[in-house]
Design a protein around this ligand. Structure first.
Ligand code: ATP
Ligand code: MG
Length: 224
């Protein structure tokens, strides 16, 4: 899912998860209307990585935070432990298991948050800007922990402002503009459309701007 700042991406996630209620219309999840009654069920089946991690991490320690989701699903404590060990190992946060969640760097916090939602083995994973602020080797690891369940039966809906992650990782794209769907379909077709490109920007234009600007400075020289 792509769109400019404020186009409604995070709001759409929150509506589906019942963190916000629509002023009009209805929300359908797995072909059923999402009501206040079945909200709990919906949240068992959808794992959500928040854009703002302050909304996500709240337990006292890293371990407890990752345990929260699977425990809520009613799994046995052995199963919960097994999953936490696996996921924390993959995101390389095992050594932090007893540390407070508020003492981690942004990237570390995101890795813990992702371990927590993947440990729930949800049918759908919502990822709001999953790779922003993550170092490159870790992006590769995160893609791997998402890809394994995705290749079995989990669907992933993620947001990005980075065209690389759109072109190389999405099977299809939803483009939002001012709170409405501008386009819903194939990535290649989307990237051939002018109105879509206006919403996601063109890296070539930025590159040209930068090159021209730096060249101007180099030719004129800095004021002394
Ligand atoms: N709690 C809120 N109350 C009122 N308006 C809000 C609230 N949260 C967001 N908005 C507004 O709703 C619109 C959509 O915001 P949203 O957070 O969904 O955008 P977004 O597409 O996720 O943007 P970004 O790329 O910056 O994350 C924006 O105009 C925003 O200012
Ligand atoms: Mg957002």
């Amino acid at each position: 899912m792509v769109g400019l700042n404020g186009s409604g991406k995070t709001t759409l996630f929150k509506l589906i998860l019942g963190l916000l209620e629509p002023e009009a219309g209805e929300i359908y999840v797995f072909d059923r209307a999402r009501t206040r009654k079945n909200l709990w069920q919906v949240r068992q089946e959808i794992g959500f990585l928040f854009q703002n991690l302050d909304d996500q991490l709240f337990a006292l320690t890293v371990w407890e935070d990752v345990a929260f989701g699977p425990r809520n699903q009613g799994l046995s404590e052995d199963e919960v432990e097994e999953r936490i060990r696996t996921e924390l190992g993959i995101v390389q946060m095992s050594d932090f298991r007893d540390r407070p969640v508020n003492q981690m760097s942004h990237g570390q916090a995101k890795r813990v948050a992702l371990a927590g939602v993947v440990a729930m083995r949800p049918r759908i994973l919502f990822l709001d800007e999953p790779f922003t602020g993550i170092d490159f080797p870790m992006v590769r690891r995160l893609v791997k922990i998402i890809e394994d369940p995705r290749n079995e039966d989990m669907s992933v809906l993620y947001t990005t402002h980075n065209r690389f992650f759109l072109e190389n990782w999405a099977d299809s794209v939803l483009v939002l503009r001012n709170g409405s769907v501008l386009y819903d379909g194939s990535v290649n077709e989307a990237l051939a459309r002018e109105d879509v490109l206006n919403q996601i920007g063109n890296w070539e234009h930025l590159k040209q701007d930068m090159i021209e600007s730096r060249n101007r400075v180099r030719n004129i020289g800095y004021p002394t």
